[in-house]
Design a protein around this ligand. Sequence first.
Ligand code: GLN
Length: 488
Amino acid sequence: MLNRLTVSELVPQLACRAVSAREATQACLDQIQRVDGRVHAFVSVDAADALRQADAADQALGQGVTHTEKPLLGVPVALKDVIAVKGQPLRCGSKMLEQFVSPYDATVTERLKAAGAVVFGRLNMDEFAMGGSTENSAYGVTRNPWDLDRTPGGSSGGSAAAVAAEECPVSLGSDTGGSIRQPASFCGCVGLKPTYGRVSRYGLVAYASSLDQIGPLGRSVRDVATVLQAIAGWDARDSTSIPQPAENYSALLAGGVKGLRLGLPKEYFVGGLDPEVKAAVDAAVRQLSAQGAELVEVSLPHTEYAIATYYIIATAEASANLARFDGVRYGFRAEGADPIEMYCRTRGAGFGQEVKRRIILGTYVLSSGYYDAYYLRAQKIRTLIRQDFLKAFEKVDVLVTPTAPTAAYRLGEKVDDPLQMYLGDIYTISCNLAGNCGLSLPCGFTASRLPIGLQLLGKPLGEATLLRVGQAFQENTSWHQQRPLTAG
Ligand code: GLN
């Protein structure tokens, strides 16, 4: 079954024309037909448009265009519904954008298309990327392909579930505080959050602009490296994008871990960490050490403030970013007797509960009289958190941690208890606050066969090193080759 192939398996088949892009795309569409009724990773799929792109790829292949020129030629890639694709819906899991169709392509979309990819599907997500379980979507809940009663994680739950259920070989998600890595962990996939500024945010609907990054998810580290290479690099349309050119990540995968220093942050292995997760992460660390990595204990002393800091900064930025949804400029509008009433009704009915909670929180921490006590203070702690990492990276090349404190929990278990939900972000958010890169990859299973994720954290622009460690791990383990029953 073609939908089962990874990108690195599919590309040689496409290149020698044993398989056509149309067949590869059709296989994904068929798999969606078979399983998405149960998983609900996709909010919508424009099959005709996908097949049109596939036919164009086949035509290019027929004319002799190679994968050296277009590395993703004929490869289906599905996108989280927060990334703009011209002519396609862009709903961000929100009723507010129910009727909205994007008038332009995001930079990542443009780059994927330029690399020959078949860009298709709108993947489900927590509304405006706020959440960790994909239960905060106006378009229904996404289920974890490993256990349909459980969450796929979030906010890029659709992106991870679709890859795990083999509905697409790779996808894009966005990560503001863990939204690529945590769902990758819950669904047994690989997910990368690039360094802040490595991938252009142009055409990514903003949640918290100083933290947001787009990144790839896939079933192997190699595939994630291939997609990163296609989307990374400077972009004139994102003023925070890093001028340094992207590296050849695929070529840098080899080399192993011998001689690399891996840091274990002691604050990450304490109370609240599920024993099964800890055991799997410990075993992965022993594995990497057996392969020749040196282990070093390090300290990130401000870790305990990370959640509070993140939920002040992220909500503050969200309250400003979401002000644009006013019933005039975009999407949904509820009429009122005067503009103020229209505005209130629109936002009252257009946004879901979690989004409203965050807008209110964010407005509060920015308001005069509270700004210094909350927002300004959080910015100072953010600097301390960044310095913790800089210090740690003087001693080590990569940090190794769990991605999440638990495996996937049951749907409904935390959605009514925001604080519990926020605590689940403890291992992922500091990386965004510091602007570093982070990778999650499968490293084991719980007794009830739920995937467990290992997180590797790197220095700014340390993607190549992260991917190299991940690749070395996957060459010696088979966790990433396990498949959920739902995939069929
Ligand atoms: N779970 C975190 C939040 O709810 C992270 C979300 C994200 O990375 N987009 O904000």
